[in-house]
Design a protein around this ligand. Structure first.
Ligand code: ASP
Ligand code: MG
Length: 413
């Protein structure tokens, strides 16, 4: 008998009626001959509400108390789902992250899973029980405290459990019915993909696609877990995220671009009049790295008259922290000028097929320029090209690139 992990997000378990629908899906899966582990989020909106209450007290809250507080959204939801499954005549039991053996490091609010002690879940599964596990939370064995895995962390819980239990598949039920070539709310003729590689999905998730959090895709890639993205509302085929693609992979390599995405959570910082000497870039970026700020694109121009300029991007959410670090640097580096631009977006194309197609970058740049969209920064990797553009052009850029690559895409290069 194979193990299936089924994960349901906040909107799928937003009230008792929806929880009953989810229970029926779970029971059907189990009665079809599977051992079933369910991972559930808090009811939609609950996590935000809990965080807002803390923020009413102070914005400088203790992260241990934050974790203790926000983990309750999931903790109070899984018993409801377990009870709803029992009402349908199937034995079920709810588990907190701690009870499910999910061990993490001690980084409150963004803990990483270090180990899953699966004995208790395995015994429950062997006895015919459906295990309903609270997503988004674990515990740190050193402190004995509850920790949370970062916003959207229930996906990560689900994939980590699938890996630890050697499940056949991790099914992520959500309010969209799969992974699309672009956001269908913006691109009307976006297509649903039957299958996509972990590698491409990881890029799409980190570049702004909202379907899956990138950490869960990364885990899926590292532990070779097949992830199926499905609608929790309708019964129809979803998108399989996998690395075992065989013939399908060969077909995908004929296509240069599998997806187009944009991310408006971007800000640009320019440091002007930096001294042009060895070690300055190292000083700037180690200061930023030291405060855990993720820097994305970096451009440094040629030094002239002993001074240089560096521009880089961070997420808008990290801009205040990045500025604080840069202001501190200005004190040690002398006459540094700091400029910021928040009205930018990153638009990206992703595809394994790019490895074997030429001319993809040229087509991208031409499509943007034909539409008078100016490119501010560019970065590339083997399977993606990203451009920073003005924020107001983000949706247009995605449509234009979708037209260029996906609607007429099979004949590039
Ligand atoms: N409830 C958490 C959040 O809203 C975790 C999740 O939904 O995945 O971020
Ligand atoms: Mg979610």
């Amino acid at each position: 008998m194979g193990i299936v992990v089924m994960k349901f997000g906040g909107t799928s378990v937003a009230n008792v009626e929806r929880i009953q629908n989810v229970a029926a899906k779970v029971v059907a899966k189990r009665n079809a001959g599977n051992k079933v582990v369910v991972v559930a989020s808090a009811m939609a909106g609950v996590t935000d509400k809990l965080i807002n209450m803390l923020k009413e007290l102070t914005t400088d809250y203790d992260l241990r108390e934050y974790d203790q507080m926000v983990s309750t959204g999931e903790t109070s939801n899984v018993p409801l789902l377990a009870q709803a499954i029992k009402q349908l005549g199937v034995p079920a039991m709810s588990f907190t992250g701690t009870q499910a053996g999910i061990e993490t490091d001690n980084k409150y609010s963004k803990a990483r899973i270090s180990k899953i002690e699966t004995k208790r879940l395995e015994a429950a599964l062997d006895s015919g029980m459906v295990c309903v596990v609270a997503g988004f939370q674990g515990y740190c064995p050193e402190s004995g405290d509850v920790t949370t895995l970062g916003r959207g962390g229930s996906d990560t819980t689900a994939v980590a459990l699938a890996a630890a239990l050697h499940a056949d598949v991790c099914e992520i039920y959500t309010d969209v019915d799969g992974v699309y070539t672009a956001d269908p709310r913006n691109v009307r003729h976006a297509k649903k993909l039957d299958v996509i590689s972990h590698e491409e999905m990881l890029e799409l998730s980190s570049l702004g696609a909202k379907v899956l959090v990138s950490r869960c895709v990364e885990l899926g890639m590292n532990y070779n877990v097949d992830i199926m993205v499905l609608s929790s509302l309708e019964d129809k085929p979803g998108t399989l995220v996998t690395s075992k693609m065989g013939a399908k992979m060969a077909k995908m390599e004929k296509i240069a671009v599998s997806g187009v995405t944009s991310d408006k959570n971007q800000a640009k910082i320019t440091l002007r009049d930096l001294p042009d000497r060895p070690g300055v870039a190292a000083e700037v970026f180690s200061a930023l790295g030291g405060t855990n700020i993720n820097v994305d694109m970096i451009i440094q121009n040629f030094g002239v008259d002993g001074i240089a300029n560096i521009s880089f991007t961070v997420s808008k959410t990290e801009l205040p922290a990045a500025l604080k670090t840069c202001n501190a640097l200005a004190k040690t580096l002398g006459s540094l000028k700091i400029e910021t631009d928040e009205d930018i977006a990153k638009v990206s194309i992703v595809g394994i097929g790019m490895k074997s197609h030429s001319g993809v970058a040229a087509t991208m740049f031409k499509s943007l320029s034909d539409n008078n969209i100016n490119i501010l920064m560019i970065s590339t990797s083997e399977i993606k090209i990203s451009c920073i553009i003005e924020e107001k052009f983000a949706e247009l850029a995605v449509r234009v690139l979708h037209d260029a690559f996906i609607d007429h895409g099979d004949n590039i290069g």
